[in-house]
Design a protein around this ligand. Structure first.
Ligand SMILES: [Zn+2]
Ligand SMILES: [Zn+2]
Length: 333
């Protein structure tokens, strides 16, 4: 029966309801008003929304197992390894960088705002590199492989991506003096919102969420980020506040006339776990093997995806420019 016990624990942990169940058992509801109590209530929101999303899709007969299968398999794969390395990486970065930060901030509301702006900046850096440096794209592309948007996409990540993201984000924040408990609070809010922006069209058909679209990064912006349309590629790298996209010129609202096509531009099989997980690494390996000379081989690792030693680049920038020229030529004729 140990297998059922383990399975039960896994389900409870996935749903994030362990603490709430404990609360129900002890009847000590006053702890809901504490800071931890609030975290306990928010934790199950995304897993529950995912269940609602799947149930709705089942009821309306729009459920396609392939839209959920790969993210689910990846979730199982990542469950232990990724989380463990990530926590170790965060602890290591705090230990190293806290000592050399020029100043320290405290746990107050104004330093929370400061911390959040710094966190978004750090997130922008990690995410931008994930799209613009080929080796990092090999890690990040797993998250972009799904061809439909739903909450399970939140869980689709290469297992090394979370540790790498956390090293960059934690280091920048700690170096900028962000208080570690504050950093954990920001990570929690960011993680919850970062999951929610993957909500599918069957729960939230219009991801713009009314007036919120003008002040924060809504699911609509993140849907644009997951699109492979030339107009949308490599935009909206932020998570909750799109300030840094506006600063760095990568801000792109959803256009009514441009229907989002989810996925990545490479020919691939989105239903094949190996292709989703290792496909980009395999392509990089092929390019490196083919490239003449050590310099070209190294350039393949650090240049943006689509860069070619022949000069015939297919980077997002080149593809977008060619598309814009084609559009304006078509408008003239
Ligand atoms: Zn991305
Ligand atoms: Zn995403």
């Amino acid at each position: 029966m140990a297998i059922f016990q383990t399975l039960y624990q896994e389900v409870i942990s996935f749903l994030g309801i362990g603490n709430l169940l404990e609360l129900y058992r002890t009847g000590n509801y006053s702890s809901l008003l504490t800071f931890n109590g609030i975290l306990w209530v928010i934790s199950p929101v995304i897993p529950l929304l995912l269940l609602i999303e799947i149930t709705r899709a089942l009821i309306y007969k729009r459920f396609k197992i392939e839209d959920y299968k790969i993210p689910f398999l990846i979730f199982v794969l990542n469950r232990f390894i990724s989380r463990f390395i990530s926590i170790a990486a965060i602890a290591f970065c705090i230990g190293v960088f806290e000592k050399i930060a020029p100043f320290q901030t405290t746990f107050t509301w104004y330093w929370f705002i400061y911390g959040y702006v710094i966190w978004e900046f750090a997130h922008f850096i990690y995410h931008y590199l994930g799209h613009k440096v080929r080796i990092f794209w090999c890690l990040h592309s797993t998250h972009h492989a799904p061809v439909a948007m739903n909450l399970s996409v939140t869980y689709a990540h290469f297992f090394l991506e979370a540790p790498y993201a956390d090293v960059i984000r934690t280091s920048i924040c700690i170096l900028a003096g962000v208080n570690p408990p504050m950093l954990f609070l920001i990570m929690f809010i960011d993680g919850t919102w970062g999951a929610f922006i993957h909500v599918g069209e069957n729960i939230l058909p219009d991801g713009r969420m009314g007036f919120l679209n003008r002040i924060i990064l809504t699911p609509s912006y993140h849907r644009v980020h997951h699109a492979k349309n030339p107009e949308y590629m490599d935009t909206n790298f932020c998570n909750l506040l799109n300030i840094w996209d506006k600063v760095f010129g990568t801000f792109q609202p959803e256009k009514k006339e441009v229907k989002i096509q989810y996925g990545i531009t490479r020919e691939m099989n989105p239903g094949n776990l190996l292709d989703v997980y290792f496909g980009e690494l395999y392509c990089l390996w092929k390019d490196i093997r083919r490239a003449p000379g050590i310099v070209n081989k190294l350039l393949y690792i650090v240049m943006p995806p689509g860069w070619s030693h022949t000069g015939d680049h297919k980077t997002a920038k080149v593809v977008r420019k060619a598309y814009e020229e084609e559009m304006s030529a078509a408008a003239v004729s």
